[in-house]
Design a protein around this ligand. Structure first.
Ligand SMILES: N[C@@H](CC(=O)c1ccccc1NC=O)C(=O)O
Ligand SMILES: [Zn+2]
Ligand SMILES: [Zn+2]
Length: 209
């Protein structure tokens, strides 16, 4: 059994304001003279479920093709935070998780229903102290169902920089609507895009045992 936590990629999907819309264009089409269909894609590196590379927000950061893959597969916890409001704070998370041990990956669900058909400016942001707290507890990957860890208007991307300080990895735009709170195996590998700032992933969760 698998939970597919990847939103579908299609031309009418929402994208970050001003970013490249998702497009698919036929290069060759099946016909008497042509034995195949072949297409070309046009899309932002931050389309749908995706992994951010350090290069997204640091001039000296590595590209997604160069990052260690270990954070992107292994044990993870899905945490429900649908009633959290505009900012997930360390106090809220500490209250929810206490001092019990955590798996090395944490996926945070903020939406009751993921906005598959429209752009949402008002998504929940993650406070940088949350990232610090998780990093100090050995977490290597933080995932969210929102378009960014930081608020939409942020120019400083403090939560992203906190992730980099701890050498952690980021997944965004995960579709967690159908996933009960609990522990799973995460599999969400980025493409080997050399020197590129992010990559779409196909993200799935496998229930344990
Ligand atoms: N931080 C967001 C994306 C982001 O910030 C962004 C994506 C596309 C175009 C512009 C963006 N930010 C501009 O300030 C992300 O990691 O997906
Ligand atoms: Zn991104
Ligand atoms: Zn991001």
């Amino acid at each position: 059994m698998l939970y597919d936590i990847t939103p579908p990629l299609c031309p009418d999907m929402p994208v970050w304001p001003g970013d490249t819309p998702f497009g698919v264009f036929r290069t060759w089409s099946l016909s008497g003279a042509c034995p195949v269909n072949v297409s070309r894609l046009s899309l932002s590196t931050h389309t749908g479920a995706h992994a951010d590379a350090p290069l997204h927000y640091r001039p000296d950061g590595v590209g997604i093709g160069e990052v260690d893959l270990a954070p992107y597969l292994g044990p993870c916890r899905v945490l429900h935070c649908q009633d959290t409001g505009p900012l997930l704070t360390r106090e809220i998370l500490q209250m929810r998780l206490g001092d019990a041990p955590l798996p090395p990956r944490v996926l945070i669900r903020s939406y009751q229903r993921f906005p598959l058909g429209h752009w949402d400016d008002g998504f929940m942001a993650v406070a940088p102290e949350v990232v610090d707290w998780l990093g100090e507890r050995g977490v290597c990957l933080i995932g969210t169902d929102t378009a960014s860890l930081d608020p939409v208007n942020s120019k400083t991307l403090e939560a992203h920089h906190a992730v980099a300080r701890h050498g952690m990895a980021i997944l965004e735009n995960l579709l967690l609507d159908e996933v009960p709170e609990g522990d799973y195996e995460l599999i969400a590998l980025p493409l080997k895009l050399m020197g590129v700032d992010a990559s779409p992933v196909r993200a799935v969760l496998r229930p344990l045992n």
